[in-house]
Write a protein that binds this ligand. Structure first.
Ligand code: ATP
Ligand code: MG
Length: 268
């Protein structure tokens, strides 16, 4: 993984989520998908969110992204209430969301161009992140000419090129094969160490969460369980930078989180 130099987000941001709730549909008859979610994420932290299907992980991320509002509580990023989408909050979802009519280079350059940066700065940023995700040789290709893993790299580079203060990722590696997935995990971890961006990352893989996170937020409940989605426990990951997925400490954390996720399903 090539080093990407001294890239720091302009304003690494903290996230404050306070008593957040979300009701879909009408106030009287709608579904309370999530309630009472409180979470404080310091700037630069890598937080993974796990939990059974329907517990509100994507809902939480969409609210943070500004794609939809919460119906109770507050969310602030760098002290500002979230009022809509913002390039400062980069979003990577499972389906990549690339522009099919733009080349890899143009996809990555899109955000910096929109921000009206000078041509030189746009080129420099694009080159830097093409290198960071190992796609320099594919710069002039189009998304359909790339594998899923490569498209996901472009999606990550495209978000990073905006120099986001926060990255919101919803199962970004869910559709990838195991080998590509573990190499992108290592890449993301190293990019995170270099950029210092705050990351909120949703995954179904507990191993992925323990590998990547400073803290793992375990959610439980969800409309189909008759209890609104909520935070069940927050597990600090006290492993160093180079994590050995075969170590006893790693497996103990995995076992603990897995038990919490399954208890959550049984109790909800
Ligand atoms: N647009 C919507 N309209 C109505 N209900 C919704 C909507 N989006 C989500 N829900 C409901 O809110 C709850 C939480 O959904 P959400 O997608 O956040 O779960 P999730 O934890 O991301 O699940 P998964 O792991 O399957 O992706 C679910 O019960 C779901 O049915
Ligand atoms: Mg989801």
């Amino acid at each position: 993984m090539p080093r990407i130099g001294t890239i720091r987000p302009t304003h690494p941001a903290d996230i404050e989520i306070s008593d957040l709730g979300k009701r879909y549909g009408r106030t009287d008859t709608g579904t309370l998908a999530m309630a009472g979610v409180t979470l404080s994420i310091p700037a630069g932290e890598f937080v993974c969110v796990v939990g059974a299907s329907g517990c509100g992980k994507s809902t939480l991320l969409r609210i943070l992204a500004g794609f939809e509002p919460g119906t109770a509580g507050t969310v602030t990023v760098a002290g500002e209430p979230v009022a809509g989408p913002d390039p400062e909050r980069g979003v990577v979802f499972q389906d990549y969301g690339l522009f099919p009519w733009l080349s890899v280079r143009e996809n990555i350059a899109y955000g910096p161009k929109q921000a009206r940066l000078t041509r030189d700065v746009v080129r420099e940023r694009t080159d830097r992140f093409l290198t960071a995700v190992g796609l320099t040789r594919f710069a002039s290709k189009y998304p359909h000419e790339l594998s899923g893993g490569m498209q996901q790299r472009v999606a990550i580079a495209r978000v990073l090129a905006n120099d986001p203060a926060v990255m919101l990722m919803d199962e970004p590696f869910g559709a990838l094969d195991a080998l590509t997935r573990s190499s992108l995990q290592a890449e993301l971890s190293s990019i995170h160490r270099e950029t210092g961006t705050t990351v909120l990352f949703v995954t179904h893989s507990i191993e992925e969460a323990v590998f990547l996170a400073d803290r793992v937020v375990v959610m439980a409940g969800g409309a189909s369980h008759g209890v609104p989605g909520h935070v069940r426990e927050i597990v600090p990951i006290t492993l160093g930078a180079d994590r050995d997925v075969t170590s006893p400490e790693f497996n103990e954390l995995k076992r603990h989180i897995s038990a919490l996720v399954h208890e959550g399903v049984a109790a909800a």
